[in-house]
Design a protein around this ligand. Structure first.
Ligand code: SAM
Ligand code: SF4
Length: 329
């Protein structure tokens, strides 16, 4: 088992396979002027497989692919299939916006992907377009239905934004009455790629929960999975359930079990740090497997205590403002 310097077990890696995306979600990136990284700077699939193989040897068993949008990268399913055969990797998950996902749902199931996080901030087609700046609502809903019909667990990620979709909170909760989905309401974080850090949070986890409870007073707390980032609740008579993720308030750092790899191979040992080393550069300079494992271990033994400390230690000295598409959420 792999532990960090604060005694937290690390067993989960989140890998952004690209920073490119076919949506332009308001909270994630600006509408125009995005500078994508050159393709040669992305980790190749072979490099990702090598990295995951080493991480699995070190004690990591769970992988999540994210982005950008994973399905905009060519042959993404080839990567999923390769990683599914790595010894020690027992869980593969995916975070996707669902626009290009539908044709791959059966293959995902065959590759052993048991759970998919689908981003859906509203059930209103018009508001979907205003939030994502693209008219793709119907494709996302098709993906949702296919995932459910293939028996894949679905968590819907909904970022709560003042002035954008707070009227969608209750309809999304109502949606769980008939649909076997977990809707997780996420505090908006300032990872929006606009370069100016705006730390104002109108809707924190308390306010979101109070709002849900005002309409659903019978809401009852579920026992959360170990290392869960969401506080989860059941509603009597509903097939699905709801959760709240205090992503900006950072209440879950004490049990954080995950590391992140950006599309260009930067290791982040906290969502709020600005990268602790570049794995791609080491690999391309010819590092051996043992050397790479030793370097990774050193980084894992030097993690910030929580997201506040990680943010304070950023080399730029400024708060977070990069686009979430470079990190993967
Ligand atoms: N494109 C895929 C998608 O949207 O599901 C995967 C990448 S996206 C960056 C991963 C998750 O980050 C999404 O669920 C998205 O809602 C969330 N996210 C992006 N920007 C965010 C922000 N500023 N605050 C909170 N969550 C954010
Ligand atoms: Fe793309 Fe996901 Fe960011 Fe939306 S949240 S712009 S779908 S990467």
């Amino acid at each position: 088992m792999l532990f960090d310097n604060h005694g937290r077990q690390i067993n989960y890696v989140r890998i952004a396979v690209t920073d490119r995306c076919n949506l332009r979600c308001f909270y994630c990136m600006p509408e125009e002027g995005i500078q994508y990284m050159p393709k040669k700077d992305l980790l190749t699939y072979e490099e990702i497989v090598r990295l995951v193989t080493l991480l699995a040897q070190m004690g990591i068993s769970k992988v999540r692919f994210t982005g950008g949008e994973p399905f905009v990268r060519k042959d993404f399913m080839r990567l999923v299939q390769s990683v599914s055969t790595i010894n020690g990797i027992t869980n593969i998950h995916l975070t996707t916006n669902g626009v290009l996902t539908a044709p791959h749902v059966k293959e995902l199931q065959k590759a052993g992907v048991k759970s998919v996080n689908l981003s859906l901030d509203t059930l209103d087609k018009k508001r979907f377009e205003s939030i994502t700046r693209r008219d793709e609502f119907d494709n996302v809903m098709e993906t949702l239905d296919l995932l459910l019909s293939e028996g894949i667990t679905v968590k819907l990620n909904a970022v709560v934004m003042e002035g954008k979709n707070t009227e969608d909170i209750l309809p999304l909760v109502t949606f769980t009455k008939s649909k076997l989905v977990s809707v997780r309401f996420i505090e908006e974080m300032p990872f929006n790629g606009k370069g100016n850090h705006n730390p104002t949070l109108h809707w924190n986890h308390h306010k979101i929960l109070d709002h849900i409870r005002s309409a659903y007073p019978t809401l009852s707390k579920l026992k959360d999975e170990a290392n869960s980032t969401s506080y989860n609740y059941a509603i009597p008579g509903h097939h699905g359930n709801v959760g709240v993720i205090a992503a900006f308030s950072r209440t879950f750092c004490g049990t954080c079990d995950r590391i992140r790899i950006t599309a260009q191979g930067t290791l982040k040992t906290c969502l709020y740090d600005d990268g602790v080393l570049n794995i791609r550069d080491l690999m391309r300079a010819g590092v051996s497997d043992d050397e790479l494992k030793a370097t990774l271990l050193k980084a894992f033994k030097n993690r910030a205590r929580d997201g506040f400390e990680a943010e304070q230690q950023r080399k730029t000295g400024r708060g977070v403002s990069e686009s979430m598409s470079t990190i993967g959420g």
